[in-house]
Structures are given as structure tokens and as C-alpha cells.
Design a protein around this ligand. Structure first.
Ligand SMILES: [Zn+2]
Length: 63
């Protein structure tokens, strides 16, 4: 068994500490993700867990 694991990652700081709002509290609005680390809010990309290091390297390059 080789199931791929996806993580939501903050495109601003590269953290995977993402708080996903309870959809039940968000009626009529699009559910957005919030980064616990930097407070960034939006629809965050999901990446493969094994791509996380690479993603963070790219972030540093642009910073
Ligand atoms: Zn962040």
C-alpha cells in the first residue's frame, strides 16, 4: 500500500499548521483556510507531503 498523503500548506510562510474553519459556521461563504503561524487567510494549495521540503525551498527563494 502506497497511499499518497496531501498537506495544506501556507503559501506565505510554508507552514502546515492550517486551521480549517468549520463549514457549519460558515454558511453562504466560501470556506477559507487560515494559517496558524502567520495569520494568512485564503485557499491554500494542497501538496504532496514529500514535496513539502521542495515547496519551502521555493518560498525562501522568493522571499
Ligand atoms: Zn503562514
Amino acid at each position: 500500500m502506497n497511499q499518497e498523503e496531501y498537506l495544506k500548506v501556507c503559501p506565505q510562510c510554508g507552514s502546515t499548521e492550517i486551521k480549517i474553519p468549520n463549514a457549519g459556521l460558515d454558511i453562504g461563504m466560501s470556506v477559507r483556510d487560515k494559517c496558524v503561524e502567520c495569520g494568512n487567510i485564503g485557499n491554500f494549495p494542497e501538496i504532496l507531503k514529500e514535496q513539502l521540503d521542495e515547496f519551502r525551498k521555493e518560498l525562501k527563494k522568493w522571499a
